[in-house]
Design a protein around this ligand. Structure first.
Ligand SMILES: Nc1ncnc2c1ncn2[C@@H]1O[C@H](COP(=O)(O)OP(=O)(O)OP(=O)(O)O)[C@@H](O)[C@H]1O
Ligand SMILES: [Mg+2]
Length: 326
């Protein structure tokens, strides 16, 4: 549904997108994660035909987004990160205004608009002034507006930011419904646990490039392959460390009070080779476990930045392992 190949975007001398590649299948809810300034908004605006790229290719359902912005605007619905000011405009007028921009007349689109307001739980607000709506309601109205022309791809830029937990939950339910209706959704956020729950796959962006993408489990697995291994021994610890260091894929060895922590380049096969190698050298191993990955630590590892959406509780969801972290 969406394919981005070798996309570059420069703002003067600053390279905001640096060879970005991304693919999203039809029907996916793709979560776009990255720290401030990573290039998420830039990417989304280019995909929606609102911003020119310097080079590369962007196809939405086969349509060339970089060269056919009129056709792309019919395919894509965009919910920007900033909701404008609409003095003296009521909800129905607001929806009609945008419908007219797509060439619908207000009679033929009325049913559709009412249906969309129902979808986003705003039916009872249809005669209210837009500026008087709460932030969460405005956000939902924006989603309804972006759906007026029945786009195949819905692009939402940080739709959950500034919403309270209940409004977030409601927005999430709406997006899940849209996913069930077969829409493809590209959504950016800083709030990882939420994205993990509702997205079919996620991509992590950093400095204008996608540094990881896949479904949530795949990404966690990717991280797992680089997680430290915690080893507990009851035989001589120095002998154990010497034996561990001889293993060629081991890159770092450190110690805590009761454990040896080993960085190992490799997956389960290599892990097994290390374990069996140590046992064959008579190291008495009573604990041998690789740290679990979770989305929070993954994000921090990949981007090296604080995630403002993460609470320390969530960041420690790894369970038993987190107690062992020093
Ligand atoms: N109009 C502009 N002129 C100059 N530089 C810009 C412009 N828009 C964005 N940039 C720069 O491009 C980079 C990417 O910005 P972008 O808004 O795409 O990031 P983002 O991932 O959406 O960040 P955030 O999480 O803060 O919304 C940033 O370094 C930003 O300063
Ligand atoms: Mg942004």
């Amino acid at each position: 549904m969406l394919t981005i190949n070798h996309l570059y975007k420069r703002y003067n001398k600053f390279l905001a997108l640096n060879d970005l590649n991304l693919h999203i299948d039809r029907g996916e809810i793709f979560g776009f994660i990255g720290p401030n300034g990573a290039g998420k908004t830039t990417t989304m605006r280019i995909v929606c035909g609102l911003l020119r790229a310097n080079s590369g290719e962007v196809y939405v359902d086969g349509i060339d987004a970089l060269n056919d912005s009129a056709a792309i605007k019919r395919k894509v619905g965009y919910v920007p990160d900033f909701f404008g000011v609409y003095d003296n405009l009521k909800v129905m007028e607001y929806m009609n205004f945008f419908a007219s921009m797509y060439g619908f007349n207000s009679k033929e689109i009325n049913e559709t608009i009412l249906g969309l307001l129902e979808l986003v739980n705003l039916s009872d607000k249809k005669d209210d002034y837009v500026d008087g709506l709460s932030r969460g309601m405005k956000q939902r109205l924006c989603v309804a507006r972006a759906l007026i022309h029945d786009p195949e791809l819905l692009v939402l830029d940080e739709p959950a930011s500034g919403l309270d937990p209940r409004a977030r939950f409601e927005l999430k339910e709406i997006l899940k419904n849209l996913g069930d209706m077969g829409k493809t959704i590209l959504i950016s956020s800083h709030i990882l646990p939420e994205l993990g729950e509702m997205c079919t796959s996620i991509g992590i962006m950093e400095k204008g490039q996608l540094v990881a993408s896949g479904n949530v489990e795949e990404i966690a697995e990717l991280k797992r392959a680089n997680s430290p291994v915690h080893i507990k021994v009851i035989s001589d610890r120095n002998e154990a460390i010497t034996a561990i260091k001889e293993f060629p894929l081991v890159t770092k060895v450190s110690e805590t009070d009761d454990e040896i922590i080993v960085d190992l380049n490799g997956e389960d096969e290599e892990l097994f080779a290390l374990l069996s190698g140590l046992i064959s050298r008579n190291v008495k191993i009573v604990g041998f476990e690789r740290e679990q990955a979770n989305l929070e630590t993954l994000f921090l590892d990949l981007t090296g930045q604080e995630d403002e959406g993460a609470s320390s509780d969530e960041a420690n969801e790894g369970g038993a392992q987190s107690e062992q972290e020093v």
